[in-house]
Design a protein. Structure first.
Ligand SMILES: Cc1cc2nc3c(=O)[nH]c(=O)nc-3n(C[C@H](O)[C@H](O)[C@H](O)COP(=O)(O)O)c2cc1C
Length: 301
């Protein structure tokens, strides 16, 4: 069987298939379960400096091609989250803490308050006032926040980017200048749905983020562009639901892939193993190593 182990964004992993932030990663038990089910690494739900309830419901709605969510970053705050990370680590895979804040100081406070194998900076949630994409669409803020967190922790720092901008490469370069070990692309696409009978926006917050198969081609293009322009690794996320999707993302230049919405499918946590096994069999069939697959599509540009 072809080996899938290696470094993903500065962290050693048994395979490059990770649990994405916010999907089942709210408790240590679910992080541990994803790791035991074969995820190479797990990313937690985003946590901030103070407890938040999130937006009023409905917070998630199924639409054609995926999910629309406006959770509003509900979380118990970093002061109540270390235990979940510790339980998650019992699964045997690295645990990356997804964190958010409104500026460099708040990000720093949260990062310094947690012990994790890496940090993923949520600079991309499309539906939370003062947080996420509201600050993550400005390159100078991305750079300053990345630099602040990098200066305060000794583990790898990943920066999760928003696709809701004209120039995703500019944001990636800003993260790189700030010292990021990797960028993660993409968070959800800002979107909405309306109930035709009442005329009301369906989500409690009116707007939310679209995820799932519908956004895969957007994610693919962002990964391709970022991998072509940056020196640091790119971790791909958006619509990955099969080993073929993962292979495509790696061919676009991704060093690893994250799986989110697809966990809602019938196979559940089994998706981690089926993607890894599918990738491994594919590499055997092609007589290739994983490193040879990475960025393959960029040869044709
Ligand atoms: C219900 C839900 C909650 C999410 N929560 C977070 C979060 O807390 N932090 C974050 O950075 N991304 C969050 N995301 C975005 C995912 O991590 C991922 O970037 C996005 O859904 C695209 O991947 P997918 O198509 O595989 O789901 C969330 C997505 C969904 C559907």
């Amino acid at each position: 069987m072809a080996s899938l182990s290696g470094e993903v964004g500065g962290i050693q992993m048994a395979n490059p298939v990770l649990l994405a932030a916010g999907i089942l990663g709210t408790t240590g038990a679910s992080l541990k379960r994803a790791a035991r089910a074969g995820a190479g690494g797990v990313v937690t739900k985003s946590v901030g400096s103070i407890p938040r309830d999130g937006h009023r419901g409905p917070t998630v709605v199924q639409v054609e091609g995926g999910l629309l969510n406006a959770m509003g970053l509900p979380n118990p705050s970093y002061t109540n989250f270390q235990e979940e990370i510790d339980i998650g680590r019992e699964g045997g895979a690295p645990v990356v803490a997804s964190i958010f804040g409104s500026g460099p100081q708040e990000f720093e406070e949260v990062a310094e308050g947690l012990d994790a194998d890496g940090f993923e900076l949520n600079l991309s949630c499309p539906h939370a006032e003062r947080y996420g994409a509201e600050i993550g669409c400005e390159a100078c803020k991305v750079e300053a926040i990345t630099r602040a967190v990098k200066g305060s922790v000794s583990v790898p720092v990943w920066v999760k980017l928003t696709p809701n901008v004209a120039d995703v490469i500019g944001l990636g370069l800003a993260a790189q200048r700030g010292g990021a070990d990797a960028v993660v692309a993409i968070n959800t696409l800002k979107a909405m749905a309306i109930d035709v009978e009442s005329g009301r926006p369906i989500l409690g917050n009116r707007f939310g983020g679209l995820s799932g198969p519908a956004i895969k081609p957007v994610a693919m293009r962002c990964v391709f562009d970022l991998a072509s322009a940056l020196e640091i690794p790119v971790i791909g996320v958006g619509g990955v639901a099969s080993w073929q999707d993962a292979a495509e993302m790696i061919m676009a230049g991704a060093a690893g892939v994250q799986v989110g919405t697809a966990l809602g499918r019938a196979e559940g946590y089994g998706i981690f193993r089926s993607i890894s096994e599918g990738l491994s069999n594919y590499l055997d069939r092609k007589g290739m190593a994983l490193a040879e697959l990475k960025g393959l599509a960029r040869r044709f540009s």
